[in-house]
Design a protein around this ligand. Structure first.
Ligand code: B12
Length: 372
């Protein structure tokens, strides 16, 4: 079925675009009752044939896109942080309502579970809704899922696997800054003999960082189901390894040194920024705190790009930050002195310098009449 036309349930009623708009309105109006009623009606009555398939479509083609829109509208500064939180809470409730409605429907293909998997977010990762969506779709497709939720410390994930063996761990991360932690979790699960499927925006286009970390990758729950059904190789005990076995560039110690000097890098960058960007001298204490946070995120993402040795990761983050600043009427050119300061401080680190230069190049606005 196309996501652009027809209905989610093959029956009469509003089409997908209308339903997405209605759910969006209910979410930003903070109207939980209306939102839950809408997704339940769109899924269909309890006991209806095809309820599991309908529920999957509602999760992936109605609720997920509305949740993505929450991010787009927040980034554009068209909804408040409070509205973003409320809308997310409503969408979480909608996911549960749809899952509960479909849970009673028999799985025509299977008498018992297909197998057991554990779904968890990487330590530090608050974005639990994507992992919850993956969980509910796999349950609808007959898998027994232990759902561990947001920010699961790696040692507790491993302890859980020892208590409740799994056919695979499905590891979710949305923020690239968590990639070094994800790498540790991947190798720890594999060392415990459990294969890993990674997923979520953090793992990059087509899961490129997951593959560098020797994990399988799937774009969504349906892709994960396909991999699980096909069967994953069980890692052997020699899967235990240090990160530089997968990422040999880490031997140059640049990542460790950037990470360790983060506090000093942030402090010096703020000082240099104040010299170079005059409006900052009039900033309130609140604005200074936000700026310090932004610089902290910049240094964290720089360190992450050095970790995976990918300039694109940092350039994507910087252009994203420029868009966020612009939507809040802070000129993106304020990022240039910050990047220049970091380049000056890290001039003896060739990989960091290359990554910073690429991001700076992407931000530089060509003079009128000249090509970039
Ligand atoms: C809701 C939300 C939050 C909520 C999360 C609450 C919750 N319970 O989940 C809160 C408020 C906590 C939050 C916090 C932050 N957030 Co936020 N957040 C979002 C938002 C709007 C929605 C996330 C979501 O649910 N997406 C919907 C799902 C359906 O999409 P998805 O992630 O792509 O997942 C699908 C696939 O990727 C895949 N998948 C996902 N995981 C897995 C795992 C496996 C194994 C598999 C197979 C597949 C798979 O399947 C999913 C379903 O199809 C996104 C915007 C967005 N576009 O996603 C921002 C976003 C992810 N957040 C962002 C940011 C910056 C932050 C903060 C840093 C903000 C801050 N300054 O504090 C913090 C970081 C917190 C942390 N340490 O993790 C940025 C990240 C930008 C970047 N490049 O780093 C985004 C993109 C917002 C934006 N538009 O710019 N956030």
């Amino acid at each position: 079925m196309s996501t652009q036309s027809g209905t989610f349930t093959d029956g009469p009623g509003p089409g997908p675009d209308d339903l997405r708009e209605q759910l969006w309105q209910a979410a930003v109006d903070c109207d939980e009752t209306r939102a839950v009623d809408l997704v339940r009606r769109a899924t269909g009555p309890a006991g209806a044939p095809g309820l599991r398939a309908a529920a999957e479509r509602i999760l992936l083609r109605l609720i997920a896109p509305v949740q993505e829109r929450v991010g787009v509208e927040w980034a554009a500064n068209s909804i408040t942080v409070a509205q973003e939180h409320a809308a997310t809470a409503i969408n979480e409730r909608c996911v549960s309502a749809v899952a509960d409605l479909a849970a009673s429907a028999p799985d025509p293909g299977h008498a018992g579970p297909r197998g057991r998997v554990t779904v968890a977010c990487v330590d530090g990762e608050w974005h639990a809704l994507p992992a919850r969506l993956v969980t509910e779709v796999l349950r609808l497709r007959g898998w027994h899922v232990d759902y561990l939720g947001a920010q699961v410390p790696t040692e507790h994930l491993i302890a859980h696997l020892h208590q409740r063996p799994a056919d695979a761990v499905l590891l979710s991360s949305s923020i690239p800054a968590h990639l070094p932690t994800a790498h540790t979790a991947i190798s720890a699960c594999q060392a415990a003999g459990v294969p890993v499927i990674a997923g979520g925006a953090a793992f990059g286009p087509e899961g490129r960082y997951a593959r560098r970390m020797q994990a399988a990758w799937a774009p969504d729950a349906v892709g994960a189901h396909t991999l699980l059904t096909r069967g994953l190789d069980r890692p052997t005990a020699d899967a235990a390894r240090l990160p530089d076995l997968d990422l040999p560039h880490l031997n140059d110690q640049e990542y460790t040194l950037v990470r360790q000097s983060k506090r000093q890098l942030v402090k010096q960058t703020l000082t240099d920024l104040e010299d170079a960007f005059a409006p900052m001298r009039a900033y309130s204490a609140f604005q200074r705190e936000r700026t310090a946070e932004d610089i902290d995120h910049i240094v964290t993402h720089l360190a992450t790009a050095v970790y995976v040795d990918d300039a694109e990761l940092f350039t994507t983050f910087i252009t994203w930050t420029a868009g966020i600043l612009q939507a809040r009427r802070v000129p993106p050119r304020s990022l240039l002195p910050a990047l220049d300061s970091l380049r000056q401080q890290l001039k003896d680190f060739p990989r960091a310098d290359r990554i910073l230069a690429a991001a700076r190049g992407a931000l530089t606005v060509p003079a009128p009449g000249r090509s970039a």
